[in-house]
Design a protein around this ligand. Structure first.
Ligand SMILES: C[S@@+](CC[C@H](N)C(=O)[O-])C[C@H]1O[C@@H](n2cnc3c(N)ncnc32)[C@H](O)[C@@H]1O
Length: 247
């Protein structure tokens, strides 16, 4: 089974317990004004809906798409987002052509596939569903900092489970590999390997360009300050669909 189907089920609240609603609400207070007034928003890979809930609270007409039934149930039951969720793969968005004002993809929910062709496919899908002049907001890791600060091995305890993680950078292919082992109370163990592409600004420029989108801005944090590869906590790319679409 693909790693992202294992990681984003019952393990997700354990592995990412440090990422919470307050972080999403703070980020959205800065992002929402960028995205408002263009039409509905689709948060691709919305997970348990923390950004989706914050977009909705900010008055945006936002919907979420995710592949994890487990996290979508959480989004529905814990955040009351039931009517706004669709279970789907981001490579084939269940959304009509040119019908969406903005697409968001938050907290490094991209670059998981074995081939770059699948990542290109996702961006082409985004381009397909955007209205002319629509926006694509992609919130990604800063590969330069991740590489520099990589911790090869670590162990932590979360809610009684022991999480052991080993990280390795394949510099030639620009892929970050993480081997994760979770040992629950009672002895049950789950193990999987995660892979994320170490895309940088030039890569996103090419990926978006391939899909007919242009890069309108590149930010380095949720405060929307300029991107600095050496220092920025995030790489946030704001893409734009052309005013006139062809084909
Ligand atoms: C790091 S989580 C982030 C979730 C959410 N954006 C957040 O910030 O809380 C990545 C999400 O990507 C989703 N995902 C992974 N592969 C996917 C795919 N092929 N299609 C749709 N969603 C996918 C996972 O199920 C998971 O919810």
């Amino acid at each position: 089974m693909e790693w992202y189907k294992v990681a984003f089920g019952e393990l997700y609240p354990i592995l990412y317990s440090h990422r919470d609603d307050a972080e999403a609400a703070r980020a959205v207070s800065r992002l929402a004004p960028l995205l408002a007034g263009r039409g509905p928003i689709v948060d691709v890979a919305c997970g348990a809906g923390r950004y989706l809930a914050a977009f909705a609270a900010a008055g945006l007409d936002a919907f979420g798409v995710d592949l994890s039934e487990y996290l979508l149930i959480d989004a529905s039951e814990q955040r009351g987002l039931g009517g706004r969720l669709v279970l789907a793969d981001m490579r084939v968005l269940p959304v009509r052509d040119a019908s969406v004002g903005a697409v968001t993809n938050m907290f490094t929910s991209f670059g998981y596939f074995e081939t770059d062709g699948d990542d290109r496919r996702v961006v082409r899908e985004v381009a397909r569903v955007l209205v002319p002049g629509g926006l694509f907001l992609l919130d990604y890791l800063n590969a330069t900092r991740v590489a520099r600060e990589l911790v090869a091995e670590s162990t932590r305890e979360v809610e009684g489970a022991v999480v052991h993680e080993k990280r390795r950078l394949d510099e030639r292919r620009a892929v970050l590999h993480k081997r994760v082992r979770v040992k629950f109370e009672g002895g049950r163990e789950v193990e999987f390997s995660e892979r994320v592409r170490m895309y940088g600004v030039a890569d996103f420029d090419a990926l978006l360009g391939d899909a007919g989108l242009s890069v309108r801005a590149v930010y380095g944090s949720y405060d929307l300050d300029g991107f600095d590869a050496a220092r920025s906590p995030r790489l946030i790319v704001l893409g734009e669909s052309p005013e006139e679409k062809h084909g």
